[in-house]
Design a binder for this molecule. Structure first.
Ligand SMILES: [Zn+2]
Ligand SMILES: [Zn+2]
Length: 318
């Protein structure tokens, strides 16, 4: 383990010196980070994530597909979403918005009135338990956000872009409207600052959560079985969440909102297990038309649906 950490740190330092520092100086953004190795570390973790998707999940989709596809061209746009988000959108949002908003310059959360270690000092000596509790809390907030993304017409206008994909694949997790992503990261960033998650723990939670979500979107026939699938979301569980609405069984598709731990669906009565898989996508032709658009066209269409949903909500309350 020690040799791995040494090599990792050496790689971080090399990347920071040869690429990140000159790039920040060129863009006059050197004040963004006291230590450019933080940014280098982020890019290394993103590269590991992309390598795992492309090198492990993607071959598994060819070996054990749920749906065999003769033509995978519809998945290409989701790959673009993933590469753009991991290599451009997340670092820009993190270093330009989230860190200045929620953290002091030394990286400590700037507001943490609900810090768990303060209320439960015993956790200070049990970092693994502390990490798991933070991970569960993070996932619970994601579950609540996800329920709202489906329940509020304006938020569904944005989130429906994620659901419009018919070829759900290992790249689909990041197919999102950027405004939807912004709402989500602001809520998660605020909650993590309130409960005082350390930046290193937060980065690890995001990485673990993202890898589980990349796997749960993959077109692979790997299921966890009747016990483990109640503990962790697997590809069948999330594929049921993406099922196209069935007019003969309305409401069936309103299920499996949990993204990491299915416990939230089980507790709130939204878990669905005993159901064969259905085709993925949406039954609304106006949203399904996202499949004929490019990335910018999808973002504009999502924005239009957001505004229309907002107006509908406003007129129904007046
Ligand atoms: Zn959803
Ligand atoms: Zn999804």
């Amino acid at each position: 383990m020690e040799w791995f950490l040494q090599d990792w740190n050496a790689l971080e330092t090399w990347l920071a010196q040869t690429l990140i520092t000159p790039l920040l100086q060129l863009l006059h953004l050197s004040q963004l980070s006291d230590d450019p190795r933080e940014i280098a570390g982020y890019f290394l973790l993103s590269s590991v994530q992309i390598l795992l998707i492309a090198g492990v999940l993607r071959p598994l989709e060819s070996l054990l597909p749920v749906e065999p596809w003769a033509d995978r061209s519809a998945t290409r746009i989701d790959r673009l979403y993933t590469l753009l988000k991991l290599l451009l959108v997340v670092p820009v949002v993190n270093y330009l918005i989230l860190t200045p908003l929620f953290h002091e310059p030394n990286g400590v959360p700037s507001i943490a009135p609900l810090q768990l270690e303060h209320w439960l000092p015993a956790l200070q000596t049990h970092p693994v338990w502390l990490f798991l509790i933070y991970f569960a809390l993070y996932d619970f907030i994601l579950y609540l956000v996800h329920r709202l993304q489906h329940a509020l017409p304006w938020w569904w206008g944005l989130h429906s872009l994620h659901h419009s994909q018919r070829q759900l694949s290992c790249w689909s997790n990041d197919r999102d409207h950027y405004l939807d992503d912004l709402f989500e990261v602001l809520i998660l960033g605020a909650v993590s600052a309130l409960i005082g998650i350390a930046p290193t723990d937060y980065a690890l939670i995001i990485l673990c959560g993202q890898l589980i979500e990349n796997f749960s979107h993959a077109n692979v026939r790997i299921y966890f079985g009747p016990i483990l699938d109640k503990i962790l979301v697997d590809p069948k569980y999330h594929r049921l969440h993406h099922m196209r609405a069935d007019p003969t069984r309305p409401g069936l598709h309103n299920c499996n909102f949990a993204l990491i731990f299915p416990i939230w669906d089980i507790l709130f009565g939204t878990a669905l297990y005993q159901e064969p898989l259905h085709p993925c996508g949406v039954d609304d032709p106006a949203i399904d038309a996202d499949n004929t658009r490019g990335l910018i066209g999808q973002q504009i269409a999502g924005l239009r649906r957001f505004v229309a949903g907002f107006r509908r909500s406003a007129s129904s309350t007046t």
